[in-house]
Design a protein around this ligand. Structure first.
Ligand code: NAP
Ligand code: MG
Length: 486
C-alpha cells in the first residue's frame, strides 16, 4: 500500500528556472572519432540517442561494428609507437590541456550530460564535470613522476587499452579511464554507453582541439556488441570495464587465457549504517544523498539502510519528511533534486523490483509528487518490513528505491552488511571514532565513508571486492592497472 505523507506536501511552487540550452552545440548526427578525425561508420549505420524526459530524439550517433573497431584499434596501435616514447612531461602537457578545455566548456558539458542522461543539472554542473576535469589535472601531474609512483620498478605502458563505460556518469567515467591510461603512456579505444554517448563525443572534439597526437584516443559509439568487439579484439592489451556484474563476468570469461589485462568496476548493494549515537539530522541528509543522488543510478548507492533499533522510528519519520521535500522533474531546472530515469529499459527494471518488493510483503512508502506525463520517472521510494532474504535487499535495483532494515548490535549489523555478493562501498554514521574505525576494518567493501556518503575525489582510489569487481581507479592506485614492470 502506498502511504501518503502527512507532514509535508511536495513543493511545486518554486520558480522554474531551467538552464538555457542556447549556445549548446549539439549536432544532428555524430560520427566515430578515429585517428584524430570524425569518420563515418563503415556500414553506414546510426542509432538514436533519446532525451529521457520527453522521449524525443536528440541526435543520431554512429553504430560501430567490427570493421570500425578494427580501424580504431589499428589507429591506437600506430599511435602507441610514438606516444609511449615521447617525453613524459610532454604527455602531461596534453593531459593538462584537456583538463583546462573541459573546465572552459563545463557549462556545455553539464547541459548535454543532463539532456542526454536525465541527471539534475545541479549534479552535472557541480559534481560530474568538475570531477572529470580534476581527474585529468590529477593524472597530468603523474605523467612525469611515474618513477616516484613505482620506485625502482621501471613502469612501462601496456599498449592499447579498450575502455567500456556505463551510462550513469558518462563524462566522469570517461575521465576516470582516459586520464590514467594516457598519463602512463597507453593509447585508447573508448566506448560510451548506448543511451549516453554525447558528452564522450564532445570530449572527442576537445581532444581533437587539444592537439593530442592522432590515434592516441579513439572514441567509438555503439551498442553492447560494439563493446564485445573491443573485448575480443586480438590486438588489445588491456580491458577496463565499468558496468553490470553480468557483463563483467562475460568479459572475464572472454579474456581468460589471452594476454589481456583486465580491470572490472561492477555493481553494488552498499550498506549505509546509522548508529543510535549518530548526529541524526546529518545522517538523514546522508541517507538522502546515498540513495537519491543521480536517481539512484550509482554503483555505490547506499541502497541498503541499516538503522539501530532505538532510533529507527525517529530516523524513518525524519527520512519520510525529508523525502517529501524532494523535487522530481526537469533535469535542466536548477531546483530539481531527482531527474529522469535514464532509459525506458531501466525504468521497467526499477518498476519490476518495486512490484517484487510488494509481492514479497515489503511495506512501501512513496512521496506524493506529481510525475511528468511524458518520459521516464520514478518517485522516491522506500521499503520497510524487510529481511535479508528479500529480493530487493539482495539485488541491485539501480534506481531511487531504498531497502530499510533495523539492527540491535554492532556484530549483527556487520554480518548483515557483509551478507551480499557485492562489496563496493559502505557508510557508517556514528559520533564515536573508535566504532567507525572498527567497522572500517570489518566491512568487506572497497570504499567506506564515515559520516558522509557518495564523496569522490581524484586522489582517492575507488573499486570493489567480490562481485563488485577488482582493480582500482583514482589516486596512485589508479595508475597500476595501466603499467607493467620490467
Ligand atoms: P552494462 O549493461 O554492463 O553496460 C556497460 C557498458 O558495457 C555499456 O557501454 C554497454 O554498451 C557495454 N556492454 C554491454 N554488453 C557488452 C558486452 N557483451 N561486451 C562488452 N561490452 C558490453 O551496464 P549498464 O547498465 O550500462 O550500467 C549499470 C551497471 O554498471 C550497474 O550494475 C552499476 O552498478 C555498474 N557501475 C559500476 C561502477 C563502478 O565503478 N563499480 C560505476 C558505474 C556503474 P551499451 O550501453 O551500448 O549496451
Ligand atoms: Mg540519451
Amino acid at each position: 500500500m502506498v502511504q501518503k505523507n502527512k507532514t509535508f506536501k511536495a513543493s511545486w511552487s518554486y520558480d522554474p528556472a531551467p538552464e538555457s540550452t542556447d549556445h549548446i552545440q549539439i549536432k544532428k548526427k555524430y560520427d566515430l572519432y578515429i585517428d584524430g578525425k570524425f569518420v563515418k561508420p563503415e556500414n553506414g549505420k546510426y542509432f538514436e540517442t533519446i532525451n529521457p524526459t520527453n522521449d524525443e530524439v536528440i541526435a543520431e550517433v554512429a553504430l560501430a561494428e567490427k570493421e570500425d573497431v578494427d580501424k580504431a584499434v589499428r589507429a591506437a596501435r600506430n599511435a602507441f609507437k610514438s606516444w609511449s616514447k615521447i617525453e613524459p612531461k610532454e604527455r602531461g602537457k596534453y593531459i593538462y590541456r584537456i583538463a583546462r578545455l573541459i573546465q572552459e566548456r563545463s557549462r556545455e558539458f553539464a547541459v548535454i550530460e543532463s539532456l542526454d542522461g536525465g541527471k539534475p543539472i545541479r549534479e552535472s554542473r557541480d559534481i560530474d564535470i568538475p570531477l572529470a576535469a580534476n581527474h585529468f589535472f590529477y593524472y597530468a601531474g603523474w605523467a612525469d613522476k611515474l618513477e616516484y609512483a613505482f620506485p625502482n620498478r621501471n613502469p612501462k605502458p601496456l599498449g592499447v587499452a579498450g575502455q567500456i563505460i556505463p551510462w550513469n556518469f558518462p563524462l566522469l567515467m570517461a575521465a576516470w579511464k582516459l586520464a590514467p591510461a594516457l598519463a602512463t603512456g597507453n593509447t585508447v579505444v573508448l566506448k560510451p554507453a548506448e543511451t549516453t554517448p554525447l558528452t564522450a563525443l564532445k570530449l572527442a572534439e576537445i581532444i581533437r582541439d587539444s592537439g593530442l597526437p592522432k590515434g592516441v584516443v579513439n572514441i567509438i559509439t555503439g551498442a553492447g556488441k560494439t563493446g564485445a568487439e573491443i573485448v575480443n579484439h586480438p590486438d588489445i592489451d588491456k580491458i577496463s570495464f565499468t558496468g553490470s556484474t553480468a557483463v563483467g563476468k562475460y568479459i572475464q570469461k572472454a579474456v581468460a587465457g589471452t594476454h589481456k589485462k583486465i580491470t572490472l568496476e561492477l555493481g553494488g548493494k552498499s550498506a549505509n549504517i546509522i548508529f543510535e549515537d549518530a548526529a541524526i539530522d546529518q545522517a538523514v541528509e546522508g541517507i538522502i544523498d546515498a540513495i537519491f543522488f543521480n536517481q539512484g543510478h550509482v554503483c555505490c548507492a547506499g541502497s541498503r539502510l541499516f538503522i539501530q533499533e532505538s532510533v529507527a522510528d525517529t530516523v524513518i519519520q525524519k527520512l519520510k519528511d525529508r523525502m517529501a521535500t524532494l523535487i522530481v522533474g526537469d533535469p535542466l531546472d536548477k531546483n530539481t533534486d531527482i531527474g529522469a530515469i535514464n532509459s525506458k529499459r531501466q525504468l521497467k527494471t526499477i518498476e519490476n523490483y518495486i512490484k517484487i518488493g510488494l509481492d514479497e510483503g515489503g511495506e512501501i512508502y512513496q512521496t506524493d509528487c506529481k510525475l511528468p506525463k511524458k518520459g521516464n520517472w520514478c518517485a522516491p521510494t522506500l521499503f520497510l518490513n524487510l529481511s535479508q532474504s528479500h529480493t530487493i535487499v539482495q539485488e541491485e535495483i539501480f534506481g531511487p528505491v531504498l531497502a530499510i532494515q533495523t539492527f540491535r548490535t554492532i556484530q549483527e549489523v556487520i554480518e548483515k552488511a557483509n551478507n551480499t555478493p557485492y562489496g563496493l562501498a559502505a557508510g557508517v554514521w556514528t559520533q564515536k571514532g573508535a566504532k567507525l574505525f572498527h567497522l572500517s576494518q570489518k566491512l568487506k567493501a572497497g570504499v567506506i565513508w564515515g559520516n558522509t556518503f557518495n564523496k569522490f575525489d581524484a586522489t582517492s582510489p575507488f573499486g570493489g571486492y567480490k562481485e563488485s569487481g577488482f582493480g582500482r581507479e583514482g589516486g596512485l592506485h589508479g595508475l597500476k592497472p595501466y603499467v607493467k614492470f620490467e
